[in-house]
Design a protein around this ligand. Structure first.
Ligand code: SAH
Ligand code: SF4
Ligand code: F3S
Length: 455
């Protein structure tokens, strides 16, 4: 583990705004750590920052457009600041940076740097150059391993971030679903080496983290050589992480059905610290649409996986993602989506209207679905998913569960923690300290949380 370094006196401030998936959240923390070594303190006040970074998401049109509306406002701020003699540097990072590159600077002159997700280890240098030499852009897919050049989580920082942490183990995607930009914005599938993951997990636990969520665009595609030089997959990596003293809970997200192998399914039956929660998106229920999406499995294959996971871990909560209105989706295809949702019985599930993304095969398809139909289908689907989620939460009432205490509650006498199934659980402060796992009985189900009492 890297020793705690003496950092340079923070003379500048950085503000980072993050959109998108958990991987962007993780990346923002890593960028913060790297910039901190370069003398940047974190601030929550954008107006007071010397460096403003927008860590962006390109997954749907709405997500990408948010960047430009934000930049418009920041431009005015930058102008004010220039007059005070303390200039502000503006950077765009993340998936919009990778997808649009120079176009961002053409559209918004206030931007000083554009950096894609694969070159974050160069960020401190790029920022320094932008401040002295003018606009910088770096959207290469770097050949070196960026993680090897970035500092590990430090105690003070982790304590400020809480007892749960993300850890990226795999990045990028080779699956090329026809609706999705991720293979273009994050590049090819790469797994981080086993030893590097174990080292980072140890450093997190040493800093007080109790729950680690492994991240990857296809986290279950992770593979690598173990300490004995033998090829391993995610199920085996989970066993090694579970063996680290202090790791109480493990989770992983997001998985692809194609990579849900027997070893990983078995791990759910054998590892107590692997939480009974599986995010396994299917996107649609019609085999015709699944094929057009290039998901490379059928609806019944998906249901078979769910059945096998439930067989080894009956209390597992299944979560997912659904897209309505993919090109060519008929009423009948949409009914198949409703059917697979009924058959899976989700504890929680996200649903989206299909959004045309530049450069993807889906955007070239001629049979696009009208907006009004997408709206209507999404409403019906959301209605069903809301019912399923409510039923799942209801089913928890009366159960005795373990809750990892994470933060103070809204009332002074309360703490908030998480159930094994990721629900927020409110308990009495007297029950324990943040970082403790306590056994409680669920007594009621509020709209956004469960309420529990000592057993
Ligand atoms: N790797 C994951 C998904 C990552 S993207 C997987 O294979 O399941 C997160 C979610 O965004 C996807 O599951 C999908 O439901 C949604 N999404 C991706 N592209 C989209 C698009 N063009 N329109 C609407 N939703 C999209
Ligand atoms: Fe996108 Fe498909 Fe890759 Fe998931 S598996 S990131 S949906 S291309
Ligand atoms: Fe968005 Fe990029 Fe994540 S497009 S969902 S931030 S991988």
């Amino acid at each position: 583990m890297q020793d705690e370094k003496v950092l340079p006196e923070a003379s500048k401030k950085v503000f980072i705004k993050t959109w998108g998936c958990q991987m962007n959240v993780y990346d923002s923390t890593r960028m913060q750590d790297a910039l901190e070594q370069d003398g940047y303190a974190q601030t929550d006040d954008m107006a007071d920052a010397d460096l403003v970074l927008l860590n962006t998401c390109h997954i749907r049109e709405k997500a990408a457009e948010k960047v430009y509306s934000n930049l418009g406002r920041i431009r005015a701020l930058k102008k004010q600041r220039a007059e005070t003699g303390r200039p502000m540097t503006i950077g765009v990072t993340g998936c919009v940076a990778q997808a649009e590159g120079e176009e961002i600077m053409r559209r918004e002159k206030a931007v000083d740097l554009v950096v894609g997700p694969q070159t974050y280890h160069r960020l401190p240098d790029i920022v320094a150059r932008a401040r002295t030499d003018g606009p910088q852009i770096d959207t290469e897919y770097a050949v070196e391993d960026k993680f090897a050049y970035m500092p590990l989580a430090r105690k003070k920082q982790v304590q400020a971030r809480g007892v749960t942490a993300f850890l990226t183990v795999q990045e990028g995607c080779d699956k090329f679903c026809t609706f999705c930009v991720v293979p273009y914005t994050r590049g090819a599938e790469v797994s981080r080496p086993h030893a590097q993951i174990i080292e980072e997990a140890r450093s997190l636990v040493d800093a007080g983290v109790r729950e680690i969520t492994l991240l990857g665009q296809n986290v279950n595609a992770w593979h690598g050589l173990g300490p004995k030089g033998v090829e391993m997959r995610l199920g085996e990596l989970l066993f090694d992480l579970a063996g680290i003293r202090g790791v109480e809970r493990l989770r992983y997200v997001t998985s692809h059905p194609k990579d849900m192998d027997d070893g990983l399914i078995a791990a759910h039956g054998e590892l107590d610290c692997l939480m009974p929660y599986l995010h396994l998106p299917v996107q649609a229920g019609s085999d015709k649409i699944l094929k057009a999406m290039n998901r490379s499995h059928t609806a019944s294959e998906y249901l078979d996986i769910i059945g096998r996971v439930r067989a080894v871990r009956p209390d597992i909560a299944i979560s997912g993602d659904m897209i309505v209105g993919f090109p060519g989706e008929t009423d009948e295809d949409f009914e198949a989506t409703m059917d697979i949702v009924r058959a899976t019985d989700y504890a929680q599930c996200y649903s989206f209207k299909y959004s045309m993304r530049p450069g993807t095969p889906g955007a070239e398809m001629h049979n696009q679905v009208p907006e009004a139909i997408k709206t209507e289908r999404l409403a019906r689907l959301k209605n069903l998913l809301t019912q399923q989620q409510a039923a799942f939460n209801e089913s928890c009432i009366g159960k005795v569960i373990d809750v990892l205490l994470e933060k103070p509650g809204r009332e002074a006498n309360q703490l908030i923690g998480r159930s094994p199934w990721l629900q927020s659980v409110v308990v009495d402060r007297g029950l324990g300290n943040i970082g403790d796992t306590v056994r409680v009985k669920v007594i009621t189900n509020n709209p956004n949380s469960l309420l529990a009492e000592p057993v």
